[in-house]
Write a protein that binds this ligand. Structure first.
Ligand code: HDE
Length: 729
């Protein structure tokens, strides 16, 4: 019996960006080796020497060229977001947004706009683990017909600081400590919490960072946010405020913290591999682009300032309208050329999209070009294939390191008559970018608006919106992170901050730290309206100004209707029930899941009906943390061996500990009896959703078993198992 392969890769249509990149690709198939000067190389094994045992000769240009290039292979890694993975794809609009913007890729539904998307962690260096507790970058480069638009966002909708001038401090605090360069890719250390405990404006973001959002199951299962409020400007010059969202079609899911730490050791490339494999298998990741739109006249109708990047607009106040879909369908050809050299910039906008005065956004407008100058070595990084737009570039900028373009003609200035005035400036009708004419009437001050003062309302909103298991995870996360902080005063100061969010949260963390919650030093600042009239602020009645709970903030409410791309392990051994293996596998593959058979060793096993079954992984290299669920098929010999195999039992214990679905044929329940959760294992076939533990399923009827299994896996995790999660797995 041949075991079915997972779904084949679907063909993907070539985008304009693919066509643009193709001429730059080098393929060595059936080619002779040459130097960089095109001279054919006769011997790449031996350097040129004065005699067989003599010294290497200076004239050996082949050796010198090869070694010199190698010596210069590295470039500085990104100061933040150094660790990342990327993919190509396209964006398709559902419906014209012409009422809001003149950006053509948001008005023309016939265009599939090519994109390159890079996901990243923030604090770790290039080789660090994917599973660090951290914010994830979600940067999208749209190669539009009007030039490049970069939406450089994160998987959390707010940020740590309100003013860009604090960014170097924040990053210095979170990066490994300067005296001994420890810890790598972790915020659980003194300097980070010292800074955070002195920066009440970080409180809302810290709630997100200590939530499970910081340990995603996959890049494909994360939301994305533009964070700042931007402007959309239509043809008539009318502007609306806008927040950008990416909503993953697979829902928002995370792993458990214990699992994250385990994965970090066993496969630090877990997210990179997951993204790569999903695209290779044809299971293309998809997100919908959402927008929250606020008319300019409503700018001051909220209890928070739209320009404050530590605030969200709750979806209950302004719903997210889904306007198009992003699909990632091609892996890069070369990591360095594409993923490493891609240069995003929040300042890359097209006509119809504009900035606001958010002081964090304004500072980013400077930083991104500046950082590419050092990272990519000069002002021509826009000519690197992955960065160049799909439309031609014409201007009077010239020269600089590594210039590729050969500008023809005598003039490189404007106005000119010798070049007939070319290139011409583009008028409005020709699509020339004109900045939104925002009226500014102000004194020059180094100050922060009173409307940015409330640092706790939305931190409370976030905490109050979480389900009980999510709150428990936050308590654990704070306890872990602060538990790693060595300076008691820092831990205490942080408890003081937490007490201003929720006394229950602060008390629980304090207990784990063996400390008491300190008395608040000062009253909490109340929110002040954005237009500055604090005394007589009355939220207007036509727009609700705040909410106490927001369903969108809890991952418990995410999409849980499919097992697409979920990885499912079958624990098998010689004499396994081959009918069970085949039937269950077919059912799962049909639903788009990925199945891997894990046996005692690599190679094949023979089923009870003499079927030869290939094994994908052995218990030596596989681990439960790589899978979303486990199935134990029956078969007397197989279950006999598994029940005696400590590695198989460990696999199941760990899967249980991480609240995953475990299913077994009725006769294989004997294997589950050897685990720490034996007393929760049902003694009779389970019925639809009526088991003691919905994620523990046994049945002797394959149709019923697979139905219950699929329903359970689509729920992702059974966190209500948590009190028993701390089994010694
Ligand atoms: Fe960034 N950020 N950032 N950032 N950021 C960079 O640019 C910066 C911020 C984000 O995959 C750097 O090319 C400042 C918010 C992503 O290549 C640098 C401030 C958000 C990426 C930089 C912020 C982001 C970066 C480093 C505060 C979410 C990775 C390398 C004012 C909305 C892009 C680079 C990629 C990268 C500066 C805050 C997202 C140094 C000064 C808020 C996804 O320019």
């Amino acid at each position: 019996m041949p075991v079915k392969k997972n779904k084949p890769a679907a063909e993907s249509a070539e985008t304009k960006k693919d066509a643009d990149l193709n001429p730059d690709k080098e393929r060595s198939d059936a080619q002779l080796m040459t130097t960089n000067q095109g001279v054919k190389i006769n011997d790449d094994q031996n350097s040129l020497k004065a005699g067989e045992r003599g010294s290497t000769l200076m004239e050996d240009f082949i050796f010198r060229e090869k070694m010199t290039h190698f010596d210069h292979e590295r470039i500085p890694e990104r100061i933040v977001h150094a660790r990342g993975s990327a993919a190509h794809g396209f964006f398709k609009l559902y419906e014209s947004q012409a009422g809001l913007t003149k950006a053509r890729f948001l008005t023309d539904t016939s265009v599939a706009t090519p994109v390159f998307v890079r996901f990243s962690t923030v604090a770790g260096s290039r080789g660090s683990t994917d599973l660090a507790r951290d914010v994830r970058g979600f940067a999208v480069k749209f190669y539009t017909e009007e030039g490049n638009f970069d939406l450089v966002g994160n998987n959390m909708p707010v940020f740590f600081i309100q003013d860009a001038i604090k960014f170097p401090d924040l990053i210095h605090a979170v990066k490994p400590e300067p005296h001994h360069e420890m810890p790598q890719a972790a915020s659980a250390h003194d300097t980070f919490w010292d800074f955070i405990s002195l920066m009440p404006e970080s409180t809302h973001m810290i709630m997100w960072l200590m939530s499970d959002r910081a340990i995603p199951r996959s890049y494909r299962m994360m939301e994305g946010f533009g964070v700042h409020t931007f402007r959309l400007v239509n043809d008539a010059g009318i502007a609306h405020f806008v927040k950008f969202h990416w909503k993953p079609l697979l829902g928002v899911h995370s792993v458990a913290w214990d699992e994250a730490q385990n994965i970090s050791g066993k496969d630090p490339d877990f997210h990179r591999r997951d993204l790569w494999e999903a695209i290779e298998s044809g299971a293309y990741p998809e997100w919908e682009l959402g927008i929250q739109v606020v008319p300019e006249k409503d700018e001051h109708k909220f209890e928070f300032d739209l320009l404050d990047p530590t605030k969200i607009i709750p979806e209950e106040l302004v719903p997210v309208k889904r306007i198009g879909k992003l699909t990632l369908n091609r892996n890069p050809d070369n990591f360095f050329a594409e993923t490493e050299q891609v240069a995003f910039h929040i300042g890359n906008v097209v006509p119809g999209i504009d900035f606001t005065n958010d002081p964090l956004l304004q500072g980013r407008l400077f930083s991104y070009t500046d950082t590419q100058l050092i990272r990519l070595g000069g002002p021509n990084f826009h000519e690197i294939p992955i960065n160049r737009p799909i439309v031609p570039i014409h201007n009077n900028q010239r020269d600089g390191y590594m210039r590729q373009q050969i500008n023809v003609g005598k003039t490189s200035y404007h106005p000119n008559s010798i070049g007939s005035g070319c290139p011409f400036q583009a008028g409005k009708l020709q699509g020339g970018f004109t900045a939104y004419a925002e009226r500014i009437d102000a004194s020059k001050v180094r100050a922060r608006s009173k409307s940015f003062r409330d640092h706790f309302s939305q931190a409370k909103l976030f905490y109050n919106s979480q389900s009980d298991p999510e709150k428990d995870h936050m308590v654990d996360a704070f306890s872990f992170e602060l538990g790693k902080v060595e300076i008691k005063e820092v831990r205490e100061r942080m408890l003081g901050i937490l007490s201003l969010v929720d006394m229950g949260l602060a008390n629980r963390v304090a207990r784990n730290l063996g400390l008491n919650v300190p008395e608040p030093e000062r009253p909490i600042n109340k929110s002040v309206p954005a237009d500055g009239n604090s005394e007589d602020f009355e939220p207007l009645t036509d727009v609700k100004s705040s909410v106490d709970k927001s369903a969108a903030l809890s991952m418990a409410n995410t999409v849980k209707d499919s097992i697409k791309t979920r990885k499912i392990a079958f624990l098998v051994d010689e004499g396994v029930n081959d009918d069970s293996v085949v039937t269950m596998q077919d059912m799962l593959l049909d639903q788009g899941a990925v199945v891997e058979l894990i046996g005692p060793r690599l190679g094949t096993i023979t089923g009870q009906n003499n079927t030869i079954i290939p094994v994908n992984k052995s218990l030596l290299t596989a681990a439960s943390v790589f899978y979303d669920a486990v199935y134990v098929p029956g078969g007397a010999n197989s279950i006999g061996s598994l029940a005696k195999d400590p590695q198989a039992i460990h696999f199941l214990n760990e899967a249980f500990k991480h609240c995953k679905t475990i299913a077994a044929d009725s006769d294989a329940a004997t294997v589950l009896q050897q685990t720490y959760f034996a007393r929760r294992v049902p003694t009779e076939p389970t019925t639809d959703n009526k088991a003691v533990d919905e994620g523990l399923i046994i049945h002797n009827d394959m149709a019923a078993l697979s139905k219950q299994f699929i329903a359970a896996v689509s729920k992702h995790r059974f966190w209500d198992r948590e009190p028993e999660r701390k089994v010694p797995a």
